[in-house]
Design a protein around this ligand. Structure first.
Ligand code: NAI
Length: 348
């Protein structure tokens, strides 16, 4: 995307459910202080959408993203087992946000793992999350058998592998690892592995190293020696699981941002959910959503502002030692945000 640095950029804002509005308010305050160019169109979805207009993904919200092609989204609640389909998954489908980009890097040194700098690229539209699921009733048990069909296409595998290699080369990374289970799911993840090998051989052989690993071994190696990895690319379900695992390596979900990127739209969010257990108490850690906002600034070519935000978060945590409870600190959301604003304003 090319924009002149000072041009206002229309963007959709979905505060979301649970802790969503609290961390969104904090994030907006820091974006304002930075002078971020976004002009927000605020919309509801998830449980807030159901409460306000009986729809977890209202047409007005979709229309807004169709217009802006850019959104910052708080967590959206999804009922487990029954109820409506995930609005997150529907948004990814609607806007063909095929790449889910989840970086995990150490911000607070001295944790269980230091100097982590990983990026996970997850295919976001295919695999076992396509929702081709049903139950088969037997002998009066309506849920006697549960079935799910996963689908990976050559085109989808090509797109995500190209994205991962391209991202890795552009960011000066050293290696791309394709994570699969092609020894067992020979068709579903075999096509992904085959395509990753092909794309590397045809387009990136001289540009970046490539390796492949089976998902269970990858999960184990990530906790034994995460430094051996750099950029990981994988299919939808494995990516969902491994991205939470790498978030755990750097202090948990409160620090993990994510970007959902397609050809025609991009939605930035925290990796964590609506945290109903702490919602409304003002103690949530807003950093994941703030880091998502920093990725959004990078995306609109305001890396300068994204870097300033990341540096201010770093200083607030490590120099001022102001941290929320999930990071072992005593600050609530407002106190952390106030300290961060001080840092941002001091750097002006
Ligand atoms: P969760 O991520 O909301 O919470 C897991 C644990 O982490 C909880 O103990 C929570 O208090 C804590 N936590 C999460 N974010 C935190 C933060 N910023 N600061 C401090 N602590 C934090 O996962 P859970 O409970 O499985 O899901 C709750 C709801 O969120 C569900 O309806 C789920 O579907 C939805 N969800 C939405 C996502 C999204 O919109 N992208 C992603 C994951 C879950």
């Amino acid at each position: 995307m090319t924009t002149s640095p000072q041009a206002p950029i229309a963007a959709t804002l979905i505060p979301g459910d649970g802790i969503g509005p609290e961390i969104t308010q904090a994030t907006l305050a820091v974006l304002d202080a930075l002078g971020a160019p976004f002009v927000w169109d605020t919309q509801v979805a998830g449980a807030a959408g159901v409460a306000s207009c009986g729809d977890p993904l209202p047409e007005a919200c979709l229309d807004s993203i169709r217009r802006t092609k850019l959104a910052l989204k708080g967590p959206l609640e999804t009922p487990s087992g029954g109820g409506y389909r995930s609005s997150n998954v529907r948004l990814r489908e609607e806007f063909k946000l095929y790449a889910n980009l989840r970086p995990a890097s150490t911000i607070i040194p001295g944790g269980r793992f230091d100097n982590i700098d990983l990026v996970l690229v997850r295919e976001n539209n295919e695999g076992l999350y396509m929702g081709y699921e049903h139950f088969i009733p037997i002998d009066g048990d309506p849920h006697a058998v549960g079935m799910s069909t996963g689908i990976n296409t050559r085109q989808g595998c090509r797109r995500i592998c190209h994205f991962a290699f391209e991202y890795a080369v552009r960011k000066g990374r050293k290696k791309v690892t394709a994570v699969h289970k092609a020894n067992i799911m020979k068709a579903l993840t075999g096509i992904f592995l085959e395509t990753a090998r092909q794309i590397h051989a045809e387009h990136y052989k001289d540009k970046i190293a490539f390796e492949e690993i089976i998902v269970d071994a990858c999960a184990m190696k990530l906790v034994m020696n995460p430094w051996q990895f750099d950029v990981l690319v994988t299919t939808n379900l494995f990516g969902d699981i491994l991205s939470d695992e790498i978030a755990g390596l750097v202090g948990g979900l409160g620090m993990a941002p994510g970007a959902n990127i397609g050809e025609h739209a991009a939605i930035f969010e925290a990796v964590h959910g609506s945290a109903p257990d702490i919602a409304g108490r003002g103690i949530a850690n807003p950093i994941a959503l703030m880091l998502a906002a920093a990725m959004m600034l990078d995306h609109v070519e305001r890396v300068d502002l994204g870097d300033r935000l990341r540096e201010a978060i770093n200083a607030t945590l490590n120099v001022d030692n102001v941290r929320t409870g999930d990071l072992g600190g005593k600050a609530n959301t407002q106190e952390f945000t106030a300290a961060l604003l001080k840092r941002i304003n001091a750097g002006k």
